[in-house]
Design a protein around this ligand. Sequence first.
Ligand SMILES: [Fe+2]
Ligand SMILES: [Fe+2]
Length: 428
Amino acid sequence: MKKSFITRREFLIGGAAAFAAAGMPRFVAASDATGASLPLIGSAPVLMNPAERTMDVVFALNGEASGWVDIAKSPDMKGAVRVYSGEGPVMRVCDKFAVVRIAGLRPATRYWYRIGADRIELENGYKPWNRGAETDERIYSLMTLGAERDGSFCVMQDTHSVPEVVDTVFGGIAACKPSVVVWNGDARNFYRTADDAVGTFLKPHPNYPAYAAETPILFLNGNHDYRGRFALHLNDLVPFRCPIERKREYSTLGRNFVQRIGDIALIGLDTGEDKQDTNPRMGGIFRMTKYRELQTRWLAEEIEKPAVKTAKFKVAFCHIPLFDPRTNENPGDVLPDDDDPRYKHPWAAWQRTCANMWGPLFAKAGVCLVCTGHQHRYRYDAPSAERTWTHIVGGQRDVIEGRVADGRLVVKVHDCENGRIVFDKEFE
Ligand SMILES: [Fe+2]
Ligand SMILES: [Fe+2]
């Protein structure tokens, strides 16, 4: 029997009606609790993993689909190129979210884009039918990173998906209008399901539905972001950075980054869990010790490259603090189970092992500032004879802002809850 055939162009124009005429089953749209059908595209786009030549665009879906991005060099979208979700031999089809990696971009260049998705029905669980596209007609813009552009950064940490905290912090970031946001971990307590991650990253607060549609986020795991069944697959939704950024031996370092915005080199590191790999509470599934050592070798190489060497200002980020002046705070190196009567808690309040490995490399590279979180309370640690870099622990409702003005790096810590600036310093 001759099969019905409709070209891609025809179904984009004719949609469901064309398929009904061809005798094919209609797609049944996902519906909400009231039975009303939901649009296929479930959120505004979230820009992740910004770089000089690549950018990831992630958005929520309400139904099985393959998401895509149309990207162009002008806001009229003339000559737009469509990039689909998934880089392998098959487009990625998912009913929760789409992850589109755009490659081949130019550094320090502005582009315009919009998102859409093709509904994919897998008839009887295996036979794929493309049921037509839905498009979000809004045009957004994005700008790639690079030394040849101006820019600023904001840092947020420890929002833990608490609505009031997210609302407060996003308000503070919106006022700063940064070029990028370093999301410095503990975005949620744990991730049981994909919906937990969709809520946290793609629909974090109704007051800011397009919070990262034009301001990309550089995400670094906090200890909590390693917890829960879906946390084991968090890179499905919050993808690891593009593999071209690192050598093969560092292929597992998907969160680490060195990126330039103008005179600033941003250096991202992952302090991992706040408990020892040998702690019985961790189930024996963690390899943070080796992970931190591998990052040390990576960092030692990265600081010798031009992206760091030619930057006037070097700023590093990681979730767990690398210093604490208090002697009763657990430094995260108590074997085997983090328990020691000298310390208040049986988990790391700060990371002495990472400090010992990374601190000398920061000094060698001339890192002026290290931004951390984890303790939920702001603290400033001035440089000392042993530590050449300023250390800021961002509180839960604080935003750390950095921007270059008149050849100086101006760093402010905004206490977004009380509308105060609690730290204001210039680096030369
Ligand atoms: Fe936290
Ligand atoms: Fe934490």
